[in-house]
Design a protein around this ligand. Sequence first.
Ligand SMILES: C[S@@+](CC[C@H](N)C(=O)[O-])C[C@H]1O[C@@H](n2cnc3c(N)ncnc32)[C@H](O)[C@@H]1O
Length: 272
Amino acid sequence: MYEYNRTYIGDCDLVMEKMINDGLKFDLILTDPPYNLNKDFGNKSDSLDKEEFLLINEERIKKCRNLLDSNGSLIWFGIHNYIGYLQVIMYELGLYYRAMNIWHYENGFSRSKKVPATQYEPFLWFSKSNKKWTYNADDVRVPYKSTERLKSPVYYKDKNGNKKVWKPNPNGALRGDVWKYPTLAGKAFEKERTSHPTQKPESLITEIIKAFCPKNKEGKYEGTILDPFHGSGTVGVCCENLNKEGHLIKWIGIELEETWVNIGNKRLIDLD
Ligand SMILES: C[S@@+](CC[C@H](N)C(=O)[O-])C[C@H]1O[C@@H](n2cnc3c(N)ncnc32)[C@H](O)[C@@H]1O
């Protein structure tokens, strides 16, 4: 009934309601909703008063919860001003806290001398179950910061109490909850950037998909991903880039504005 690997134009509040009634489920809902910072998306969705913003988000998070598979995860981008309220809503709706991640960048613009420049945006990870979820730790390893530990042996005790020498993992260290990726500001990202005011970098979104999308026995990503606030289509573009490498991700985007859907569709065509 639903086609995957495409974006639906429409109001996600209505589309998600229909998806729930039709029994659809997703392994991962990865989304970057309006932060309520007065950005111009071509609609009023980013300029609500606080009460309305919180009420509408409570309904949306409830819908996301109902659309998650039993082992599914919700990744929800937010901003300092409001993320605390949204986190409380997620607890109250019975989702399980897994991590508050930080997208850290140093190439943003500073607009004020009255407060420190913003260098991060949080993204919350909650799971549907408190027992089972997907996190592909080995797929998102990061380079070791220092090789100091390699100069003289470091010992630890394994679970049986035996003394062992620590050896670095050839694929790097386990990543932390601070995800360092530049924003799309400046000449370096001219090619990737579209006219969408809050487009997320493909580098960051691809890494998040690798971390949280379920895999099949052959080690390929094979899961269903929903982004109800698809904007310029970054989640879809990143899924398709991975699918070109042989992965089998089924994704659906929802976006209110046709302008952004068209831009997202063009980005997909340009991948070929
Ligand atoms: C923060 S942006 C997402 C940007 C996206 N991550 C990207 O990389 O381009 C939020 C998007 O949600 C859309 N939006 C707002 N309200 C919506 C609704 N009720 N249903 C679907 N989309 C909505 C806005 O038009 C905007 O494009």
